[in-house]
Each structure stands twice: as structure tokens, then as C-alpha cells.
Design a protein around this ligand. Structure first.
Ligand code: GDP
Ligand code: MG
Length: 163
């Protein structure tokens, strides 16, 4: 089976934007589990000759779950279960939030390889904003702009190197 890369993070950081840029049109069809809608979120990708599956965990809808923090937590749990490498996505404009810290704790305990992806670094002036994300404790963050399609190659280099 292909190795699995999962994208985790709170809503609105840009997970689906990056997921779509990674998979292009290689969306995979999967069957939903009872109580959990998870179609439209699996795709496949390839980078420097390595083929992998990608999961956009933000697209996992848990029936009856209306708490943002609980949803993000369950999505992170699923990613930890299924992924070989986890892309932990955060937002340069917002900085580190409480939900980010919560996800960081879960990911840290999982001992899975993590790549921190700082999205919305839309211009060079914003490069300074990535330094605070070293504080999450997962090493060098990768700067991205999903809007401009910048940094996707660096992100995949980092993720594939940990497979
Ligand atoms: P998700 O909830 O994590 O899946 O986030 P989305 O991919 O749906 O993106 C949330 C919002 O952020 C949308 O309005 C996107 O257009 C916007 N967005 C995504 N990537 C970028 C980026 O690199 N820069 C900026 N400025 N906005 C972005
Ligand atoms: Mg999304």
C-alpha cells in the first residue's frame, strides 16, 4: 500500500487549498463509515518518484459533533491512526492559537513524524511571522502560500523525506 500523508489543523488555515494543490485531480473514492463522512478527502500524490496517499482531515465530518475543538481533536486522532507522516498546518496571519496548542500536544504524544506547514505566507514581509512556530517543538517550519502556490515543493520535500 502507498504511505499516507495526513494534513491536520484547525479550520480555515488552508488545509483543503493545499490538499487540492498536492493531489491535482487525483481524488480517490472511499466508502464512508457509519456516523463519519469522509469522501472527498482522500487523494493520491507523487513527488520525486514517491507515490503516496493524502488525507485532508478537515473534511472528515463527524455526525452530531458541533464543538470545533472536539472535531479538530477527533480529526487529529484519525490522522495519528492512519498517517505515516503528518502535515500540521497553521496560519502565519493568526499566529499560534489555543486549538493549535491542543493539536500540537496530541501530535507530540503520538511520536509520528511531523512537518509544520505555515500557510498564508503570501509575501516576503511575512517571512518573519514563521519564527514563532519553532515554539511548537517540531523543528523547522515550512513557509507556504496556498493562495500563490508557493512552498508546496519544499513541503513535499520535507514530508517525503520522513516517509
Ligand atoms: P481549511 O478549513 O483548513 O480547509 O482551509 P481552506 O483551504 O478552506 O482555506 C480557508 C480560507 O483561507 C479560504 O478563504 C482560502 O481562500 C484562504 N487561504 C488558503 N490559503 C491561503 C493563503 O496562502 N493565503 C491567504 N491569504 N489565504 C489563503
Ligand atoms: Mg477544508
Amino acid at each position: 500500500a502507498r504511505p499516507v500523508i495526513a494534513i491536520v489543523g484547525r479550520p480555515n488555515v488552508g488545509k483543503s487549498t493545499i490538499f487540492n494543490r498536492i493531489i491535482g485531480d487525483r481524488l480517490a473514492i472511499v466508502e464512508d463509515k457509519p456516523g463519519v463522512t469522509r469522501d472527498r478527502i482522500y487523494g493520491t500524490g507523487e513527488w520525486t518518484g514517491r507515490a503516496f496517499s493524502v488525507i485532508d482531515t478537515g473534511g472528515i465530518e463527524i455526525e452530531g459533533e458541533d464543538s470545533l475543538l472536539r472535531s479538530v481533536r477527533m480529526q487529529a486522532e484519525l490522522a495519528i491512526e492512519e498517517a505515516d507522516v503528518i502535515i500540521f498546518m497553521v496560519d502565519a496571519k493568526a499566529g499560534i492559537t489555543t486549538a493549535d496548542e491542543e493539536v500540537a500536544r496530541m501530535l507530540f504524544r503520538s511520536k509520528k513524524p511531523i512537518v509544520v506547514a505555515v500557510n498564508k505566507v503570501d509575501n516576503l514581509q511575512r517571512m518573519d511571522d514563521i519564527y514563532e512556530f519553532y515554539g511548537l517543538g517540531f523543528g523547522d517550519p515550512v513557509a507556504l502560500s496556498g493562495a500563490h502556490g508557493m512552498g508546496i515543493g519544499d513541503l513535499l520535500d520535507a514530508a517525503v523525506s520522513k516517509l
